[in-house]
Ligand binder design. Structure first.
Ligand code: PFF
Length: 454
Protein backbone atom coordinates (compact mmCIF):
# COMPACT_ATOMS: atom_id res chain seq x y z
CA UNK A 1 0.00 0.00 0.00
CA UNK A 2 1.33 3.43 -0.89
CA UNK A 3 1.62 6.56 1.19
CA UNK A 4 -1.06 8.20 -0.87
CA UNK A 5 -3.55 5.73 0.56
CA UNK A 6 -3.10 7.36 3.96
CA UNK A 7 -2.46 11.02 3.26
CA UNK A 8 -5.46 12.86 1.78
CA UNK A 9 -4.83 14.03 -1.79
CA UNK A 10 -4.67 17.71 -2.57
CA UNK A 11 -7.82 18.98 -4.35
CA UNK A 12 -9.13 22.11 -6.01
CA UNK A 13 -10.81 24.36 -3.49
CA UNK A 14 -13.67 25.84 -5.52
CA UNK A 15 -15.69 25.58 -8.69
CA UNK A 16 -14.04 28.68 -10.09
CA UNK A 17 -10.66 27.18 -9.26
CA UNK A 18 -11.49 24.04 -11.25
CA UNK A 19 -12.61 26.04 -14.29
CA UNK A 20 -9.63 28.40 -14.08
CA UNK A 21 -7.15 25.53 -13.87
CA UNK A 22 -8.74 23.39 -16.59
CA UNK A 23 -9.43 26.32 -18.92
CA UNK A 24 -5.93 27.54 -18.11
CA UNK A 25 -4.60 24.23 -19.35
CA UNK A 26 -6.72 24.32 -22.49
CA UNK A 27 -6.12 27.95 -23.42
CA UNK A 28 -2.51 28.29 -24.44
CA UNK A 29 -0.12 28.72 -27.31
CA UNK A 30 -2.41 26.31 -29.17
CA UNK A 31 -5.12 28.96 -29.22
CA UNK A 32 -3.15 32.12 -29.78
CA UNK A 33 -0.03 31.05 -31.65
CA UNK A 34 -1.15 27.91 -33.49
CA UNK A 35 -4.88 28.21 -34.19
CA UNK A 36 -4.78 31.46 -36.21
CA UNK A 37 -2.00 30.33 -38.53
CA UNK A 38 -3.30 26.78 -38.96
CA UNK A 39 -6.76 28.18 -39.77
CA UNK A 40 -5.13 30.76 -42.04
CA UNK A 41 -3.26 28.11 -44.02
CA UNK A 42 -6.18 25.71 -44.27
CA UNK A 43 -9.06 27.67 -45.65
CA UNK A 44 -10.19 29.92 -42.78
CA UNK A 45 -13.90 29.34 -42.17
CA UNK A 46 -13.84 25.85 -43.73
CA UNK A 47 -11.21 24.77 -41.22
CA UNK A 48 -13.22 26.40 -38.44
CA UNK A 49 -16.34 24.36 -39.32
CA UNK A 50 -14.45 21.04 -39.26
CA UNK A 51 -12.70 22.10 -36.08
CA UNK A 52 -15.98 22.92 -34.34
CA UNK A 53 -17.49 19.60 -35.44
CA UNK A 54 -14.52 17.77 -33.94
CA UNK A 55 -14.83 19.73 -30.70
CA UNK A 56 -18.49 18.76 -30.35
CA UNK A 57 -18.46 15.15 -31.55
CA UNK A 58 -15.06 14.14 -30.21
CA UNK A 59 -13.67 16.80 -27.88
CA UNK A 60 -16.60 16.95 -25.47
CA UNK A 61 -16.92 13.16 -24.99
CA UNK A 62 -13.15 12.70 -24.63
CA UNK A 63 -12.96 15.50 -22.04
CA UNK A 64 -15.89 14.06 -20.11
CA UNK A 65 -14.23 10.63 -20.24
CA UNK A 66 -10.94 11.99 -18.89
CA UNK A 67 -12.59 13.82 -16.01
CA UNK A 68 -14.68 10.75 -15.12
CA UNK A 69 -11.71 8.39 -15.14
CA UNK A 70 -9.61 10.71 -12.98
CA UNK A 71 -12.28 11.62 -10.49
CA UNK A 72 -13.44 8.06 -10.09
CA UNK A 73 -9.93 6.70 -9.59
CA UNK A 74 -8.45 9.63 -7.62
CA UNK A 75 -5.11 8.90 -9.21
CA UNK A 76 -2.62 10.16 -11.81
CA UNK A 77 -2.86 9.21 -15.49
CA UNK A 78 -1.16 5.82 -15.12
CA UNK A 79 -2.44 4.97 -11.65
CA UNK A 80 -6.03 5.66 -12.69
CA UNK A 81 -6.01 2.88 -15.26
CA UNK A 82 -4.23 0.54 -12.85
CA UNK A 83 -6.89 1.16 -10.25
CA UNK A 84 -9.93 0.93 -12.54
CA UNK A 85 -8.72 -2.03 -14.62
CA UNK A 86 -6.23 -3.87 -12.38
CA UNK A 87 -3.96 -6.43 -13.98
CA UNK A 88 -4.75 -5.30 -17.51
CA UNK A 89 -2.56 -3.53 -20.07
CA UNK A 90 -4.83 -0.42 -20.04
CA UNK A 91 -2.29 1.41 -17.89
CA UNK A 92 -0.21 1.69 -21.08
CA UNK A 93 -2.60 4.43 -22.19
CA UNK A 94 -1.38 6.38 -19.19
CA UNK A 95 2.22 5.56 -20.04
CA UNK A 96 1.66 6.98 -23.50
CA UNK A 97 0.18 10.09 -21.89
CA UNK A 98 3.18 10.64 -19.63
CA UNK A 99 5.44 10.17 -22.66
CA UNK A 100 3.37 12.73 -24.59
CA UNK A 101 3.76 15.15 -21.68
CA UNK A 102 7.53 14.94 -21.99
CA UNK A 103 7.45 15.58 -25.72
CA UNK A 104 4.91 18.39 -25.57
CA UNK A 105 6.58 20.35 -22.83
CA UNK A 106 9.95 20.04 -24.57
CA UNK A 107 8.79 22.01 -27.62
CA UNK A 108 6.14 24.04 -25.81
CA UNK A 109 8.73 25.52 -23.48
CA UNK A 110 10.82 26.50 -26.50
CA UNK A 111 8.03 28.63 -27.96
CA UNK A 112 7.06 29.86 -24.49
CA UNK A 113 10.65 31.04 -24.12
CA UNK A 114 10.29 33.04 -27.34
CA UNK A 115 7.32 34.86 -25.80
CA UNK A 116 9.55 36.00 -22.93
CA UNK A 117 12.17 37.30 -25.36
CA UNK A 118 9.42 39.17 -27.18
CA UNK A 119 8.17 40.69 -23.93
CA UNK A 120 11.67 42.03 -23.39
CA UNK A 121 11.83 43.26 -27.01
CA UNK A 122 8.48 45.02 -26.52
CA UNK A 123 9.72 46.74 -23.38
CA UNK A 124 12.82 48.05 -25.16
CA UNK A 125 10.74 49.11 -28.18
CA UNK A 126 12.88 46.90 -30.42
CA UNK A 127 10.28 46.67 -33.22
CA UNK A 128 10.11 50.41 -33.86
CA UNK A 129 10.89 51.48 -37.42
CA UNK A 130 11.57 47.93 -38.64
CA UNK A 131 9.95 46.59 -41.79
CA UNK A 132 8.67 43.05 -42.36
CA UNK A 133 11.95 41.68 -43.68
CA UNK A 134 13.95 43.21 -40.83
CA UNK A 135 11.53 41.71 -38.32
CA UNK A 136 11.77 38.40 -40.13
CA UNK A 137 15.54 38.55 -39.82
CA UNK A 138 15.28 39.52 -36.16
CA UNK A 139 13.09 36.48 -35.43
CA UNK A 140 15.26 34.16 -37.52
CA UNK A 141 18.43 35.35 -35.84
CA UNK A 142 16.93 34.97 -32.42
CA UNK A 143 15.54 31.44 -32.76
CA UNK A 144 18.60 30.15 -34.57
CA UNK A 145 20.85 31.39 -31.77
CA UNK A 146 22.00 29.18 -28.93
CA UNK A 147 22.22 30.90 -25.56
CA UNK A 148 19.43 33.45 -25.77
CA UNK A 149 16.61 31.08 -26.67
CA UNK A 150 17.95 28.52 -24.19
CA UNK A 151 18.07 31.12 -21.45
CA UNK A 152 14.42 32.10 -21.93
CA UNK A 153 13.32 28.49 -22.26
CA UNK A 154 14.96 27.58 -18.97
CA UNK A 155 13.58 30.67 -17.25
CA UNK A 156 10.12 29.66 -18.41
CA UNK A 157 10.68 26.14 -17.03
CA UNK A 158 11.66 27.68 -13.70
CA UNK A 159 8.35 29.61 -13.53
CA UNK A 160 6.50 26.39 -14.34
CA UNK A 161 8.38 24.46 -11.67
CA UNK A 162 7.74 27.20 -9.12
CA UNK A 163 3.96 26.89 -9.49
CA UNK A 164 3.74 23.10 -9.77
CA UNK A 165 5.96 22.59 -6.75
CA UNK A 166 3.51 24.51 -4.58
CA UNK A 167 0.80 21.91 -5.23
CA UNK A 168 -2.77 22.03 -6.47
CA UNK A 169 -4.59 24.48 -4.20
CA UNK A 170 -1.63 26.64 -3.25
CA UNK A 171 0.06 26.47 -6.65
CA UNK A 172 -1.92 25.65 -9.77
CA UNK A 173 -5.30 26.90 -8.54
CA UNK A 174 -3.97 30.01 -6.84
CA UNK A 175 -2.11 31.25 -9.92
CA UNK A 176 -4.62 30.27 -12.60
CA UNK A 177 -7.40 32.04 -10.67
CA UNK A 178 -5.52 35.31 -11.18
CA UNK A 179 -3.90 34.67 -14.56
CA UNK A 180 -6.98 33.44 -16.45
CA UNK A 181 -9.16 36.51 -15.78
CA UNK A 182 -6.14 38.64 -16.71
CA UNK A 183 -5.86 36.75 -19.99
CA UNK A 184 -9.54 37.30 -20.78
CA UNK A 185 -9.24 41.06 -20.17
CA UNK A 186 -6.13 41.29 -22.35
CA UNK A 187 -7.64 39.42 -25.26
CA UNK A 188 -10.78 41.56 -25.14
CA UNK A 189 -8.63 44.71 -25.30
CA UNK A 190 -6.74 43.32 -28.29
CA UNK A 191 -9.95 42.35 -30.13
CA UNK A 192 -11.37 45.83 -29.68
CA UNK A 193 -8.15 47.41 -30.98
CA UNK A 194 -8.09 45.12 -34.01
CA UNK A 195 -11.76 45.54 -34.86
CA UNK A 196 -11.50 49.32 -34.80
CA UNK A 197 -8.74 49.37 -37.42
CA UNK A 198 -9.83 50.42 -40.92
CA UNK A 199 -10.48 47.41 -43.16
CA UNK A 200 -11.22 45.01 -40.28
CA UNK A 201 -14.10 43.44 -42.22
CA UNK A 202 -11.80 41.74 -44.69
CA UNK A 203 -9.95 39.95 -41.90
CA UNK A 204 -13.18 38.75 -40.37
CA UNK A 205 -14.34 37.48 -43.76
CA UNK A 206 -11.07 35.58 -44.09
CA UNK A 207 -11.51 33.96 -40.70
CA UNK A 208 -15.17 33.10 -41.10
CA UNK A 209 -15.86 32.67 -44.82
CA UNK A 210 -15.36 29.01 -45.73
CA UNK A 211 -13.08 28.08 -48.62
CA UNK A 212 -13.55 24.34 -48.97
CA UNK A 213 -11.03 24.05 -51.79
CA UNK A 214 -8.24 24.46 -49.22
CA UNK A 215 -9.61 21.74 -46.97
CA UNK A 216 -7.17 18.93 -47.77
CA UNK A 217 -6.72 15.63 -45.94
CA UNK A 218 -3.85 17.15 -44.07
CA UNK A 219 -6.08 20.00 -43.02
CA UNK A 220 -8.66 17.59 -41.60
CA UNK A 221 -6.04 15.62 -39.65
CA UNK A 222 -4.63 18.97 -38.60
CA UNK A 223 -8.06 20.04 -37.31
CA UNK A 224 -8.35 16.86 -35.24
CA UNK A 225 -4.83 17.23 -33.88
CA UNK A 226 -5.53 20.88 -33.13
CA UNK A 227 -8.80 20.04 -31.34
CA UNK A 228 -6.99 17.54 -29.11
CA UNK A 229 -4.04 19.80 -28.50
CA UNK A 230 -6.14 22.85 -27.82
CA UNK A 231 -8.46 21.12 -25.36
CA UNK A 232 -5.48 19.39 -23.65
CA UNK A 233 -6.92 15.98 -24.47
CA UNK A 234 -5.53 12.51 -25.03
CA UNK A 235 -2.61 12.46 -22.63
CA UNK A 236 -4.20 12.33 -19.23
CA UNK A 237 -3.87 16.00 -18.30
CA UNK A 238 -7.56 16.12 -17.59
CA UNK A 239 -7.49 12.70 -15.96
CA UNK A 240 -4.94 14.17 -13.58
CA UNK A 241 -6.93 17.39 -13.05
CA UNK A 242 -10.14 15.34 -12.79
CA UNK A 243 -8.61 13.46 -9.88
CA UNK A 244 -8.44 16.76 -7.96
CA UNK A 245 -12.13 17.58 -8.53
CA UNK A 246 -14.39 16.95 -5.52
CA UNK A 247 -17.25 14.49 -5.81
CA UNK A 248 -19.84 17.26 -5.34
CA UNK A 249 -19.04 19.15 -8.56
CA UNK A 250 -20.93 18.73 -11.79
CA UNK A 251 -18.56 17.34 -14.41
CA UNK A 252 -20.72 18.07 -17.46
CA UNK A 253 -20.97 21.75 -16.55
CA UNK A 254 -17.21 21.90 -16.22
CA UNK A 255 -16.72 20.20 -19.60
CA UNK A 256 -19.01 22.68 -21.35
CA UNK A 257 -17.48 25.73 -19.69
CA UNK A 258 -13.90 24.68 -20.35
CA UNK A 259 -14.51 23.73 -24.00
CA UNK A 260 -16.52 26.88 -24.66
CA UNK A 261 -13.84 29.09 -23.09
CA UNK A 262 -11.14 27.39 -25.13
CA UNK A 263 -13.01 27.68 -28.41
CA UNK A 264 -14.11 31.26 -27.84
CA UNK A 265 -10.57 32.32 -26.98
CA UNK A 266 -9.16 30.64 -30.10
CA UNK A 267 -11.70 32.51 -32.21
CA UNK A 268 -10.98 35.74 -30.34
CA UNK A 269 -7.28 35.28 -31.06
CA UNK A 270 -8.22 35.05 -34.74
CA UNK A 271 -10.31 38.19 -34.38
CA UNK A 272 -7.43 39.98 -32.67
CA UNK A 273 -5.01 38.98 -35.41
CA UNK A 274 -6.64 38.78 -38.87
CA UNK A 275 -8.34 42.18 -39.11
CA UNK A 276 -4.98 43.74 -38.20
CA UNK A 277 -3.19 41.55 -40.76
CA UNK A 278 -5.53 42.73 -43.51
CA UNK A 279 -5.60 46.32 -42.38
CA UNK A 280 -1.85 46.44 -43.00
CA UNK A 281 -1.92 44.41 -46.22
CA UNK A 282 0.06 41.41 -45.01
CA UNK A 283 -0.15 37.78 -46.20
CA UNK A 284 -2.47 35.98 -43.76
CA UNK A 285 -0.97 32.53 -44.43
CA UNK A 286 2.34 33.63 -42.91
CA UNK A 287 2.65 30.44 -40.79
CA UNK A 288 4.29 29.97 -37.40
CA UNK A 289 5.94 33.38 -37.67
CA UNK A 290 2.52 35.09 -37.68
CA UNK A 291 2.67 36.25 -34.09
CA UNK A 292 6.42 36.84 -33.92
CA UNK A 293 6.97 38.62 -37.24
CA UNK A 294 3.67 39.82 -38.65
CA UNK A 295 2.22 41.14 -35.42
CA UNK A 296 5.27 43.17 -34.36
CA UNK A 297 5.19 44.65 -37.85
CA UNK A 298 1.56 45.62 -37.36
CA UNK A 299 2.09 46.89 -33.82
CA UNK A 300 4.84 49.26 -34.80
CA UNK A 301 2.66 50.87 -37.47
CA UNK A 302 -0.41 51.16 -35.30
CA UNK A 303 -1.41 53.90 -32.85
CA UNK A 304 -0.67 52.68 -29.31
CA UNK A 305 1.46 49.92 -30.80
CA UNK A 306 4.08 49.97 -28.05
CA UNK A 307 1.45 49.25 -25.43
CA UNK A 308 -0.44 46.66 -27.48
CA UNK A 309 2.72 44.75 -28.39
CA UNK A 310 3.66 44.47 -24.75
CA UNK A 311 0.17 43.43 -23.74
CA UNK A 312 0.03 40.84 -26.52
CA UNK A 313 3.26 39.11 -25.58
CA UNK A 314 2.30 39.11 -21.91
CA UNK A 315 -0.92 37.42 -23.00
CA UNK A 316 1.02 34.75 -24.88
CA UNK A 317 3.34 34.09 -21.96
CA UNK A 318 0.50 33.87 -19.44
CA UNK A 319 -1.46 31.51 -21.69
CA UNK A 320 1.63 29.34 -22.11
CA UNK A 321 2.35 29.22 -18.40
CA UNK A 322 -1.13 28.11 -17.29
CA UNK A 323 -0.87 25.29 -19.86
CA UNK A 324 2.67 24.20 -19.19
CA UNK A 325 1.94 23.70 -15.50
CA UNK A 326 -0.80 21.23 -16.42
CA UNK A 327 1.57 19.28 -18.64
CA UNK A 328 4.24 19.11 -15.96
CA UNK A 329 1.62 18.08 -13.39
CA UNK A 330 0.88 14.92 -15.43
CA UNK A 331 4.45 13.75 -14.92
CA UNK A 332 4.74 15.00 -11.36
CA UNK A 333 1.52 13.33 -10.19
CA UNK A 334 2.81 10.08 -11.67
CA UNK A 335 6.22 10.41 -10.00
CA UNK A 336 4.67 11.26 -6.63
CA UNK A 337 1.97 8.59 -6.53
CA UNK A 338 3.51 5.69 -8.38
CA UNK A 339 7.21 6.16 -7.73
CA UNK A 340 6.76 7.68 -4.25
CA UNK A 341 9.03 10.65 -4.79
CA UNK A 342 8.25 13.84 -2.83
CA UNK A 343 6.46 16.55 -4.83
CA UNK A 344 9.41 18.88 -4.62
CA UNK A 345 11.91 16.36 -5.94
CA UNK A 346 9.47 14.95 -8.47
CA UNK A 347 8.93 18.42 -9.93
CA UNK A 348 12.66 19.09 -10.18
CA UNK A 349 13.48 15.72 -11.72
CA UNK A 350 10.63 15.89 -14.24
CA UNK A 351 11.50 19.45 -15.24
CA UNK A 352 15.15 18.60 -15.61
CA UNK A 353 14.45 15.61 -17.85
CA UNK A 354 12.05 17.65 -19.98
CA UNK A 355 14.51 20.52 -20.22
CA UNK A 356 17.14 18.20 -21.69
CA UNK A 357 14.74 17.25 -24.49
CA UNK A 358 13.79 20.92 -24.71
CA UNK A 359 17.37 21.95 -25.41
CA UNK A 360 17.33 19.75 -28.53
CA UNK A 361 14.06 21.33 -29.65
CA UNK A 362 15.49 24.81 -29.33
CA UNK A 363 18.77 23.90 -30.98
CA UNK A 364 16.94 22.33 -33.90
CA UNK A 365 16.36 25.88 -35.17
CA UNK A 366 20.06 26.65 -34.92
CA UNK A 367 23.20 24.57 -34.64
CA UNK A 368 21.25 21.32 -35.01
CA UNK A 369 19.08 22.39 -37.92
CA UNK A 370 20.74 19.85 -40.21
CA UNK A 371 19.82 16.94 -37.95
CA UNK A 372 16.57 15.34 -39.07
CA UNK A 373 14.76 12.19 -38.07
CA UNK A 374 12.15 10.83 -40.52
CA UNK A 375 12.72 14.04 -42.44
CA UNK A 376 11.74 16.26 -39.52
CA UNK A 377 13.84 18.48 -37.28
CA UNK A 378 13.69 17.68 -33.57
CA UNK A 379 11.13 20.38 -32.76
CA UNK A 380 8.76 19.32 -35.54
CA UNK A 381 9.27 15.67 -34.71
CA UNK A 382 8.19 16.22 -31.10
CA UNK A 383 5.22 18.31 -32.20
CA UNK A 384 4.08 15.88 -34.88
CA UNK A 385 4.55 12.75 -32.76
CA UNK A 386 2.69 14.21 -29.81
CA UNK A 387 -0.07 16.23 -31.49
CA UNK A 388 -0.86 14.07 -34.49
CA UNK A 389 -0.05 10.59 -33.17
CA UNK A 390 -0.01 10.25 -29.38
CA UNK A 391 -2.90 12.58 -28.53
CA UNK A 392 -5.46 11.18 -31.00
CA UNK A 393 -4.36 7.62 -30.17
CA UNK A 394 -4.60 8.37 -26.44
CA UNK A 395 -8.03 9.92 -26.98
CA UNK A 396 -9.15 6.85 -28.89
CA UNK A 397 -8.18 4.49 -26.08
CA UNK A 398 -9.65 6.78 -23.43
CA UNK A 399 -13.13 6.77 -25.01
CA UNK A 400 -12.91 3.04 -25.69
CA UNK A 401 -12.02 2.52 -22.05
CA UNK A 402 -15.01 4.47 -20.79
CA UNK A 403 -17.38 2.98 -23.36
CA UNK A 404 -16.38 -0.65 -23.12
CA UNK A 405 -14.40 -1.22 -19.93
CA UNK A 406 -15.65 1.22 -17.31
CA UNK A 407 -19.07 0.68 -18.82
CA UNK A 408 -22.43 2.42 -18.63
CA UNK A 409 -23.23 1.77 -14.98
CA UNK A 410 -19.99 3.01 -13.45
CA UNK A 411 -19.79 5.94 -15.88
CA UNK A 412 -23.35 7.02 -15.18
CA UNK A 413 -22.67 6.81 -11.48
CA UNK A 414 -19.61 9.04 -11.76
CA UNK A 415 -21.14 11.58 -14.11
CA UNK A 416 -24.41 11.84 -12.16
CA UNK A 417 -22.60 12.17 -8.80
CA UNK A 418 -23.96 8.81 -7.62
CA UNK A 419 -27.40 9.45 -9.07
CA UNK A 420 -27.93 12.87 -7.50
CA UNK A 421 -27.71 14.82 -10.79
CA UNK A 422 -30.04 14.40 -13.74
CA UNK A 423 -28.10 13.22 -16.77
CA UNK A 424 -30.65 13.01 -19.59
CA UNK A 425 -27.85 13.30 -22.12
CA UNK A 426 -26.17 10.13 -20.84
CA UNK A 427 -27.33 7.76 -23.63
CA UNK A 428 -26.00 10.23 -26.20
CA UNK A 429 -22.68 10.41 -24.36
CA UNK A 430 -22.44 6.62 -24.23
CA UNK A 431 -23.23 6.35 -27.92
CA UNK A 432 -20.53 8.91 -28.73
CA UNK A 433 -17.83 7.23 -26.65
CA UNK A 434 -18.68 3.70 -27.74
CA UNK A 435 -19.08 4.27 -31.45
CA UNK A 436 -18.90 7.74 -32.96
CA UNK A 437 -15.72 9.10 -31.36
CA UNK A 438 -13.67 5.89 -31.82
CA UNK A 439 -14.83 5.56 -35.41
CA UNK A 440 -14.17 9.20 -36.27
CA UNK A 441 -10.77 9.28 -34.62
CA UNK A 442 -9.68 6.04 -36.29
CA UNK A 443 -10.87 7.18 -39.69
CA UNK A 444 -9.24 10.59 -39.59
CA UNK A 445 -6.14 9.09 -38.11
CA UNK A 446 -5.45 6.35 -40.65
CA UNK A 447 -6.62 8.50 -43.53
CA UNK A 448 -4.43 11.36 -42.40
CA UNK A 449 -1.40 9.11 -42.11
CA UNK A 450 -1.93 8.06 -45.71
CA UNK A 451 -2.76 4.45 -44.77
CA UNK A 452 -6.13 4.74 -46.46
CA UNK A 453 -7.18 6.54 -49.60
CA UNK A 454 -10.80 7.45 -50.17
N1 PFF B 1 -3.96 23.09 -24.59
C1 PFF B 1 -2.68 23.74 -24.64
C2 PFF B 1 -2.70 24.79 -25.73
O1 PFF B 1 -3.69 24.90 -26.47
O2 PFF B 1 -1.73 25.52 -25.85
C3 PFF B 1 -1.53 22.80 -24.83
C4 PFF B 1 -1.62 21.52 -24.07
C5 PFF B 1 -1.69 21.54 -22.69
C6 PFF B 1 -1.69 20.32 -24.74
C7 PFF B 1 -1.84 20.37 -21.98
C8 PFF B 1 -1.85 19.16 -24.06
C9 PFF B 1 -1.92 19.19 -22.69
F1 PFF B 1 -2.07 18.08 -22.05
Amino acid sequence: MSNSDFTPRDTFGSKFGIIAAAAGSAVGLGNIWKFPYVAGQNGGGAFLIVYLLFIIAIGLPVMMSEFSIGRRAQRNAIGSFKKLAPGSPWYLVGVMGVAAAFLILSFYSAVAGWTLEYISKSVTNAFAGKNESELNLMFGNFISGTWRPLFWQLLFMIFTVWIVMAGIKKGIEKYTKVLMPLLVVIIIILCIRSLTLPGAGEGLAFLFRPDFSKLTTDAVLGALGQAFFSLSLGMGTLITYGSYIGKQYNLSGTVIQVSATDTIIAIMAGIAIFPAVFAFGIDPAEGPGLVFITLPNIFQQMPGGYFFALVFFVLLAVAALTSSISVLEVVVAYFVEELHISRKRATMIAALMISVLGVFCTLSFGVMSEVTIFGLGFFNLMDFTASNLLLPLGGLFIVLFVGWVLGAERSRNEISNQGTLRVGYFPVFMFLVKFIAPFAITLVFIYGLGLLRL
